[in-house]
Design a protein around this ligand. Structure first.
Ligand SMILES: *[C@@H]1O[C@H](CO)[C@@H](O)[C@H](O)[C@H]1NC(C)=O
Ligand SMILES: *[C@@H]1O[C@H](CO)[C@@H](O)[C@H](O)[C@H]1NC(C)=O
Ligand SMILES: *[C@@H]1O[C@H](CO)[C@@H](O)[C@H](O)[C@H]1NC(C)=O
Ligand SMILES: *[C@@H]1O[C@H](CO)[C@@H](O)[C@H](O)[C@H]1NC(C)=O
Ligand SMILES: *[C@@H]1O[C@H](CO)[C@@H](O)[C@H](O)[C@H]1NC(C)=O
Length: 436
């Protein structure tokens, strides 16, 4: 099929034809043509799309305006084209913006049409006062574009949220739900009073759950677990789809700072820096075992917060963050981080000063690492942190959100990652790993 002559008229040739066949003259110059679903489409200088049913039983040389001819078929065509476009988008943020344009774009922006790739985390900002109950949104700051965008999310408004693998755990005094911030899918979890120590916490119910980590995304599988620390001692507990109540893990003797899921097991680090494990998929899922305690004096433990992450080559990272507790002068603020590695094979501890091309994300209340190759805005060998020391920020007007930044492990400098002001007593800015 070709366009030809002054008006770029349409024409075609079939094998066996002794001559070219001219399609009826169209009133305007034709810019481009394409063959799609057995028909020849063209666009004219006024941007009108026209169609010629070259395989049709009658009138293969008739040309008609596609929109008026094919009311439904036009939207069908549009949908296919939109899906093709949607599939070219690699950032979830752009994908969400694409879906927000109008209903037919929204219909094309489905999970199946998204091509998965590594996503730079978003910072879910503190909630802001809003009048309209049914339209309440949350704001997300995208590290990759530096933009803030809004997502209608009344389910996460005025409520405490912890995040893992792109999901939020929303926490009322008694109720807990998993919430996907993009699809707004909610998964109801058992009431928190199915933990036996719940009643002892009458006055602290808003802080009853401290940390949460998922073993897998509920969007990808039904075989996942929600693991938390809860209560005064930050004891471990978990829930699996189908369970009517939360399961408490045996009490550990010390307060637990952080948890993470690594190679099918739940690991935790306590205030002495000891790493413990719970084989939640094994025959004794509620039993805790000590993996290893750091040599005396190896980890700084004063005025720190410890984080735990799975790392490369069968090792865990324990990160200590200094400066999180209130000083006598009534201030707090992170001064430095140190990163320690525990090799799970020989139980050897070492300090590391280089994360290669990875970055760590620590804070309220989920920790993870990611590869930074090929990314502009996410820097290698850096720690991106948010404010997560409740005891410190609760004594400040507005709450937490001041102690945030990017720590450069090479030179110990701290720079901001978010320049605005975003404070909350309930849920200060929190990292969210965008996912579907
Ligand atoms: C439009 O689509 C419908 C169903 O897909 C089909 O039956 C019909 O023939 C199409 N019309 C034209 C003009 O292509
Ligand atoms: C709140 O939002 C809903 C949904 O968009 C809208 O119908 C309603 O008019 C809004 N109410 C007010 C008071 O703006
Ligand atoms: C985050 O976790 C730490 C360690 O468990 C805890 O001290 C802090 O209170 C938690 N923050 C919130 C808001 O739950
Ligand atoms: C992991 O092990 C491989 C092979 O032994 C080695 O090349 C690599 O440097 C190790 N990576 C880290 C981060 O230790
Ligand atoms: C971190 O510090 C090192 C040494 O000063 C510097 O070369 C590197 O560019 C810094 N990284 C970032 C992301 O600023």
């Amino acid at each position: 099929m070709v366009t030809h002559g002054f008006a770029a008229s349409l024409g075609f040739w079939w094998p066996g034809d002794a001559s070219w066949t001219a399609v009826d003259r169209w009133e305007l110059y034709i810019y481009d043509i394409t063959y799609y679903k057995d028909k020849l489409y063209a666009v004219d200088v006024h941007g009108r799309v026209i169609v010629c049913d070259v395989n049709g039983p009658n009138n293969p040389t008739q040309v008609l305006a596609a929109v008026s001819l094919l009311m439904e078929n036009w939207s069908e065509l549009l949908r296919d084209l939109l899906v093709e476009i949607a599939k070219q988008i690699t950032s979830i943020e752009d994908f969400v913006s694409f879906g927000a344009v109008c209903s037919s774009w929204y219909a094309a922006a489905t999970r199946d049409n998204f091509t998965p790739s590594t996503q730079i985390p978003w910072l879910m900002l503190a909630d802001v006062e809003q009048q309209n109950e049914s339209e309440r949104w949350r704001q997300f700051f995208s590290l990759s574009s530096g933009r803030i965008f809004k997502v209608i999310l009344p389910e996460a408004s005025k409520i405490r949220c912890l995040s893992s693998l792109g999901w939020l755990l929303t926490l009322g005094e008694l109720k807990a739900n998993l919430l996907h911030p993009l699809s707004r899918l909610q998964i109801e979890l058992p009431d928190l009073n199915t933990f036996q120590d719940y009643d002892e916490h009458e006055n602290f119910l808003l802080d009853y759950v401290h940390r949460m980590v998922l073993s897998a995304s509920p969007a990808a599988t039904r075989d996942y677990m929600v693991m938390v620390t809860h209560g005064f001692a930050a004891s471990l507990g978990f829930w699996r789809p189908g369970d009517a109540s939360w399961t408490a893990v045996d009490q550990w003797e010390l307060y637990i700072y952080d948890i993470n899921y690594y190679k099918d097991k739940l690991y935790a680090v306590d205030v002495h820096g000891s790493v413990i494990v719970c084989d939640v998929n094994g025959p004794n899922p509620t039993q805790i075992n000590l993996v290893s305690s750091p040599p005396d004096g190896f980890l700084p433990l004063r005025n720190v917060q410890l984080y735990l992450l799975g790392w490369l080559n069968n090792t865990l990272l324990v990160v200590s963050r200094k400066g999180v507790q209130l000083t006598d002068a009534g201030n707090y603020g992170t001064t430095t981080f140190r990163v320690f590695q525990l090799d799970l094979r020989d139980k050897k501890w070492s300090e590391i000063n280089n994360l290669g091309n990875r970055a760590l994300f620590l804070g309220f209340n989920s920790s993870f690492s990611m590869e930074t190759s090929g990314m502009n805005r996410c820097k290698a060998n850096c720690i991106y942190f948010t404010d997560d020391c409740v005891d410190s920020y609760r004594s400040f007007p507005g709450g937490g959100g001041r102690d945030m930044g990017v720590f450069n492990i090479s030179d110990g400098s701290i720079k901001p990652h978010f320049d605005g002001r975003s404070l909350s007593l309930v849920t200060p800015p929190t990292w969210v790993q965008p996912s579907f």
